[in-house]
Design a protein around this ligand. Sequence first.
Ligand code: 6PG
Length: 488
Amino acid sequence: MSENASSTQGQANIGVVGLAVMGSNLARNLASRAGNTVAIYNRTYAKTQELLTEHPEAGFVASEDYVGFAASLRTPRTAIIMVQAGAGTDAVIDELTRVFEPGDIIVDGGNARFTDTIAREGRVSEKGIHFVGTGISGGEEGALHGPSIMPGGSDESWQTLGPIFRSIAATAPEDGEPCVTHVGHDGAGHFVKMIHNGIEYSDMQLIGEAYDLIRRGTGRSPAEIADIFAEWNTGELESYLIEITAEVLRQVDAETGQPLVDVILDQAGAKGTGAWTVQSALDLGIPVSGIAEAVFARSLSSKPAQRAAARQLAGPDEEWTVDDADAFIADVQAALYASKIIAYSQGFDEIVAGAAQYGWDIDKGEIAKIWRAGCIIRARFLNRITDAYAEDPALVALVTAPFFAQAVADSQEAWRRVVSTAAARGIPAPVFSSSLAYYDGLRAERLPAALIQGQRDFFGAHTYRRTDKPGVFHTLWSSDRTEVQTAD
Ligand code: 6PG
């Protein structure tokens, strides 16, 4: 046990393990709130020392080893792990479970896969220790000044964590409510954070498509398009991502004097949470087509060899601008709004399905509430989602709620024009178009799924159901016989 730790035993009410940017910012945020004394630990002590030197005002209680770290915490000991998801997290959990006691709480604040969280919770709880997978959104700034926090884990751990998390979370501008709620048991917090990121992918790709269409359709410069986004940010599209888009587009590269966006390589990275959202949706049978297209659009961008080989493929005339730029920009704005509604609708569908599958009692209205500030997808219209679930807790699809149905009704003609233009001009708009196809699929009275059932029955005797009577049927296709009822 380090000298430092033994001399400050049991002093801290909360600890942070892992002092990279997110961890150290979260520790500083915790330390800045009245009533908190924060214990810190990092694998390399030099990093701990750096933080101690840079932020003496935080009054951190530092330890050089896990024994000292545990001793510096009051019981129930509560520690937030902020290390890289995966093996790093498991290594820290192993160390903490050695020095913690039953009743203590380990919080994983990283972007862990929710199925890993469920497994870890099972393992750690066998020792009587609580394990709380917690989604934390808002990046470095959010960690320091107020993130949106999505904890899972037991009700008992929430008793301890609730006040601490409430003290550091962002507060919603509308009512000052802290952006944190106990999402549900075991992996529920990380599941909801994963969906948040899926929606984030969709939102970002939609904004990218809007920018590309406007640039190629009107010839406006990035700085001029920045003004358009800034203007959109005063209306129904107001959101953090729209706001930062204006700033990104306005940025000039110091070296070349070009708009920075023109100098950045057009290959988007991804750390995996978007893909997890889609993988999980496939398992749950939930069509999150907009999110999937957003993930695939990043994959396509990052295939330079294929893109180079395909550049010679035929497309429409490159030379093109729209006749009425203002009208086109207004259409793109409407298409963005409608597609964004679909992204949220699909994301909430997945939350409902995940909650049913894993036995979580997730309050959808509360989730929309805690996304109102602090997180990356914070947006004005999240209040409308809370209202929609308050009006109808059993709402089967967010897009069918009166407010959103009307919003899409008002936008749909523009949306169709934008998707048609994109297709006619050879401009990829995968999330705009897939969201529209989803919307039309959802509202269709009849779908060609009937034909697919016929095909399946033809080649595989997979059977089908009829519109006019109950039962399961198979047609003897070669003998021209009609249906044979096989079972009820
Ligand atoms: C957040 C972000 C954060 C992170 C993502 C981005 O809510 O604060 O979502 O978690 O920026 O990991 O992921 P990609 O690297 O996959 O875009």
